[in-house]
Every structure is written in structure tokens, then in C-alpha cells.
Design a protein around this ligand. Structure first.
Ligand code: AMP
Length: 176
């Protein structure tokens, strides 16, 4: 039983990482705590929509929560990765960063029409990463049932970037 485990307290704020002005939400103390890790995965499972065929995890912290959630639910895990990591044929999507562009890839044969998936990542900030992942899943003809996050930076427009997609976050963080 993980009910009542206050896993939120295990997420550590690291100021000015990776650059000045950013408060980085460090999940490593949460992962290192057995009861806390189990509790956060249970809480993610409680937010799952019905009739989902697979979990899509975003590199790299989305893999950690996505894999644990997939195992708990008896589902498979599809990985969305940074460029050059997936060995077979891929679809790629480029998305804007604050400075420059980044790219995410998915195996072309990872999903197809008729599949209904939930996309998992640790944190929703501007929504660029998750929106690119939604685009990749849709490019394969699959349906996004929801995007599921542990943390949402509610002072950023992540939900607006994911308009039209169900968004679930276990905890919302407001700006100072
Ligand atoms: P975004 O595309 O802006 O929504 O950024 C989300 C991605 O960046 C996620 O994969 C997060 O792991 C990471 N990220 C962005 N901001 C933070 C933050 N303040 N603390 C921890 N991770 C972050």
C-alpha cells in the first residue's frame, strides 16, 4: 500500500541548474526512495484513461516513469528518443527550443493506426517536447489518449501547447 506516502516532498529544487534563473526539479531523491517511487507510479496508474494499448516514454526521465508504469499495467513501452539513438527506420520531428531547435525520433514500426497510447514524461514545462511526441505518435496513425506528467510548471504555457490533448499532472508548481 502506498496510499498516504508523501512522495512530493522527495522532489528537490536545484536553483540555477542547468543555467541561471532555472529552478530544476530533481527527481533523483524520489527515484532513490522505494516507497516514494512505488507511490508515484501508483498515482500515475490512477490517472490512466481506459483502453490504452501502450505507454510512450520520452527520453530520458520519461523512460523511468513510463517503464515502471507500463510494467505495473502489463503494457508495452514505446521509446521516443533523441536523434541517432534508434537503430531502425525512424520518423523525426523538429521542435523549437528557447535557442535553436531539437529533434525527437520514433521507430516507424513502433505504432500504427488503431493503437491508443499514453505519453509519459517527468515534467511539463513549455510543452514543446510533449507536443513533438504527440506529433510523432499521430504521424504513425496512432491516437494519444492522454499526456501524463509527474510535475507541471503551471506558470508556463504547456497545456496550451498541447491543446486538443488530455493532459494530466500529479502535481502543479506555481512560479515564485
Ligand atoms: P518542455 O519541452 O519545455 O515542456 O520541457 C520538458 C522537458 O524538459 C522534460 O523532459 C523535462 O524533463 C525537462 N525540464 C524542463 N524544465 C525543467 C525543470 N525546471 N526541471 C526539470 N526538468 C525540466
Amino acid at each position: 500500500m502506498t496510499e498516504g506516502v508523501h512522495w512530493q516532498a522527495l522532489i528537490r529544487d536545484v536553483k540555477d541548474f542547468p543555467k541561471p534563473g532555472i529552478v530544476f526539479k530533481d527527481i533523483t531523491p524520489l527515484l532513490a526512495d522505494g516507497a516514494g517511487f512505488a507511490a508515484v507510479v501508483d498515482d500515475l496508474a490512477a490517472r490512466m484513461p481506459a483502453d490504452v494499448d501502450a505507454i510512450v516514454g520520452i527520453e530520458s526521465r520519461g523512460f523511468i516513469f513510463g517503464a515502471a508504469l507500463a510494467q505495473k499495467l502489463g503494457l508495452g513501452l514505446v521509446t521516443v528518443r533523441k536523434p541517432g539513438k534508434l537503430p531502425a527506420d525512424v520518423h523525426a520531428v523538429e521542435y523549437e527550443l528557447e535557442y535553436g531547435v531539437d529533434r525527437l525520433e520514433i521507430h516507424r514500426d513502433a505504432l500504427s493506426s488503431g493503437h491508443r497510447v499514453v505519453i509519459v514524461d517527468d515534467l511539463l514545462a513549455t510543452g514543446g517536447t510533449a507536443a513533438a511526441t504527440v506529433a510523432l505518435v499521430q504521424k504513425l496513425g496512432a491516437e494519444v489518449a492522454a499526456c501524463l506528467f509527474v510535475i507541471e510548471l503551471a506558470f508556463l504555457p504547456g497545456r496550451a501547447a498541447l491543446e486538443g490533448v488530455a493532459v494530466e499532472a500529479l502535481m502543479a508548481v506555481d512560479g515564485d
